[in-house]
Design a protein around this ligand. Structure first.
Ligand code: HEC
Length: 151
């Protein structure tokens, strides 16, 4: 029951994020700043979940659930900010984001799906669920960074 409710919440958050992020940017630097900020938040809330899953931080079920809620929403934010012409400047975005856009989008969707499951697992209050979901979610970040982010 609780798990299903969490999934519904994650879906609602995704819809909200999709409409909230359908904005336009005045300047290319604004889009770059926006997506980097979204990734910064994603990393800041994803990191502690990984630390708890790997035993580097004491497990705190309530904190884990909150981190899960944040990443379920924030994982949907960066991608509308990869507008054409924003591959230069203060960015590590590789040009392949635009030349191989279908692959980039697929990597984003894969991550969003795994992050949604991680958020739901975090809500269960069970460390084993968190560990298992993190093991699937973690590599989806790295996969995209390897292909689409400069070192
Ligand atoms: C579909 C591709 C993709 C996925 C999936 C992805 N990222 Fe990224 N990430 C990028 C790109 C591209 C950049 C560089 C953005 C820029 O510099 O404009 C980036 C940048 C970042 C940054 C640096 C932000 C800064 O300070 O500039 C962090 C932190 C980050 N990602 C965390 C994550 C985490 C955590 C996940 C998984 C939960 C994740 N990313 C999943 C593509 C991705």
């Amino acid at each position: 029951m609780k798990f299903a409710a969490t999934l519904a919440l994650a879906a609602a958050a995704a819809t909200l994020a999709a409409s909230a992020s359908a904005q336009s940017f005045q300047k290319p630097e604004d889009a770059i700043k926006y997506r980097r900020s979204a990734f910064t938040l994603l990393g800041a809330h994803f990191g502690p979940l990984g630390a708890m899953a790997n035993g580097r931080m004491p497990y705190d079920a309530q904190a884990a659930a909150r981190h899960g809620e944040v990443i379920a929403l924030v994982s949907h934010l960066p991608y509308t900010a990869f507008v054409p012409g924003t591959d230069k400047g203060e960015t590590r975005a590789r040009p392949e984001i635009w030349s191989e856009n279908a692959k980039f989008k697929a990597a984003a969707e894969k991550m969003q799906s795994e992050v949604g499951k991680l958020a739901a697992a975090a809500k269960t209050g069970n460390l084993d669920n968190l560990k298992e979901a993190f093991r699937s979610a973690g590599p989806t970040c790295k996969a995209c960074h390897d292909d689409f982010r400069k070192d």
